[in-house]
Design a protein around this ligand. Structure first.
Ligand code: FE2
Length: 215
């Protein structure tokens, strides 16, 4: 993640950046993880496919860990976890809208459709979650101080899960839609079969879906 110096050791920058905005990002990130827990619980009640359920049970557990990691970050940085911020309010509003969308689909009574809505809601939530952690990684890399060090540790613990959550969910959304459209689908999706954990890996897996269909 960090650029290496001549000795090959990771090098951290010396740019503290806008610390107020970094704190605002951390509040959004915490609220996104809290919303994620409720989103996975409701998404699980919409899931029909057994391997999708299995996948989401793992993601729910990992999301619990991410929230805990952030709570530790707040403690280490002496930040109040209960503080309200405008960004946090928006993040909560979006999470609640995603929950309502899933319940709406459940009420409509088509369980395959409700499952697709749930997967799309998970992709939307994980897109924000993934972006938050990528930015936390950026701060960790640029910030030379204690904040950078604390965030580097948290980022190393969480970022690989976030890659997984986003790329695999995108695969599920695509393949479940293709199936619904009446075309051959790869389920579980290629991203999962190939254990994709980077954007490039996910693109490669997607490229090979044709071969996976023929086996
Ligand atoms: Fe997360």
């Amino acid at each position: 993640m960090s650029p290496a110096d001549e000795t090959g050791r990771p090098r951290r920058g010396r740019r503290p950046g806008n610390e107020k905005q970094i704190e605002a990002l951390l509040y959004e990130a915490l609220e996104t993880e809290i919303g994620g827990l409720a989103i996975y619980e409701t998404a699980l009640s919409c899931a029909v496919n057994e391997s999708l359920k299995q996948e989401w049970r793992e993601y729910l557990e990992e999301t619990r860990t991410h929230r805990r990691v952030l709570l530790t970050v707040f403690e280490q940085l002496g930040m109040e976890t209960e503080r309200e911020t405008p960004g946090r309010e928006v993040a909560r509003h979006i999470s609640q809208a995603l929950l309502r969308a899933m319940r709406m689909a459940q009420t409509a009574g088509d369980e395959e459709a409700a499952q697709r809505v749930a997967v799309e809601c998970v992709v939307l939530a994980e897109t924000k979650d993934h972006a938050n952690w990528a930015l936390i990684g950026r701060v960790a890399q640029e910030h030379g101080g204690r904040m950078g060090k604390v965030l580097a540790q948290a980022h190393a613990a969480v970022a690989p899960d976030e890659d997984h959550h986003l790329y695999h969910s995108q695969g599920w959304a695509r393949e479940l839609w293709i199936e619904a459209l009446g075309y051959p689908a790869v389920l579980p999706p290629p991203e999962e079969i190939r254990q994709a954990h980077t954007a490039i890996g996910a693109a490669r897996a997607r490229q090979q879906r044709g071969e996976m269909l023929h086996h």
